[in-house]
Design a protein. Structure first.
Length: 302
């Protein structure tokens, strides 16, 4: 009977409009039951969405943190590359002012002994590096090579207590010797007369004496001059122009390693060879002129 009644109601509802108010009222009455019936599903979906949304937000947060960290690392690397580019440009500009052949090298190590000022560079015997070779950065002389290995070399800095370099005041040519003090920010000048013409701010350059360092390279700037009337020599301190504890890229200078006698002998031999070549070229020319007949002689023969 219920099934028949349901079928009759469906047919009447489909064919006629009389049951629409009843259906509307029934829907209003049954709405709370629909809501209660759907409540567990909606609670489950809400909880699932909350859990998934929280996990997604946490994952997205972690991803954004990782991306921010990567961007910060790239920004730091970019800053380092910018500074490196500036240093390389300075180094290239310095190399352009150097007349001798140069080789760019990179600092790869520092001697851990606090009483010695030595560094390790990435060029060695395979690159033509030799003991005693001058080393400089974009600002001035740093030191010299004291030990060579196949692919690396050790450099003794100017400020080492065992290092000395002959210098001269660029303003007036006054010659003296700069020695290391063990302080990377200071050199001292030895045996400067108390009456010598030297003052703060004077630029000290290599004098070239000793045939170790080429002449004319900046070494230090005078920072302090102390005169003592009771002493024959003044106390003169200077600050190295090179960034000894900051420079990473260096220049190895391939200056002329020949002694003055060898340079004089080589120059004389080169001059003699040039004279011989000139005389040999002049001899065939004179012979050709002697064999060429004059214009008048040719006309008389004809």
């Amino acid at each position: 009977m219920l099934a028949v009644l349901s079928a009759v109601l469906m047919v009447v509802d489909a064919r006629f409009e009389g049951l629409k108010p009843v259906r509307s009222q029934m829907g209003l009455v049954l709405t709370p039951f629909y809501w209660l019936a759907d409540l567990p599903v909606r609670l489950w979906e809400g909880a699932t969405q909350q859990i998934s949304t929280r996990s997604e937000l946490m994952a997205e947060n972690e991803k954004l943190k990782a991306e921010a960290l990567l961007l910060q690392r790239r920004l730091q690397k970019l800053a380092a590359l910018t500074e490196q580019n500036v240093r390389l440009r300075e180094l290239l500009n310095s190399a352009a002012l150097v007349d001798e052949e140069v080789l760019v090298s990179e600092l790869i190590g520092v001697d851990p002994n606090p009483y010695t000022h030595r560094i390790l560079i990435d060029k060695g015997e395979r690159d033509g590096v030799f003991v005693g070779q001058p080393v400089l950065d974009a600002r001035g002389l740093m030191g010299q090579v004291v030990e060579t290995m196949p692919y690396t070399s050790r450099v003794l800095l100017l400020t080492d207590t065992t290092h000395s370099i002959p210098v001269q005041v660029n303003r007036n040519g006054l010659r003296t010797i700069a020695v290391g003090t063990g302080n990377p920010e200071r050199l001292e000048l030895r045996y400067v007369a108390d009456t010598a013409d030297i003052k703060e701010g004077d630029l000290l350059v290599s004098s070239g004496l000793g045939q170790r360092f080429p002449a004319g390279y900046p070494v230090a700037t005078v920072s302090e001059v102390i005169h003592d009337s009771g002493q024959p020599f003044a106390i003169v301190r200077a600050v190295p122009t090179a960034a000894l504890n900051r420079s990473r890229y260096l220049l190895l200078v391939f200056s002329d390693r020949r002694t003055p006698e060898q340079r004089a002998n080589d120059s004389a031999e080169a001059q003699e060879a040039a004279d011989r070549q000139a005389s040999q070229q002049a001899t065939p020319s004179a012979a050709a002129e002697n064999l060429t007949p004059a214009a008048g002689e040719g006309t008389d023969e004809r």
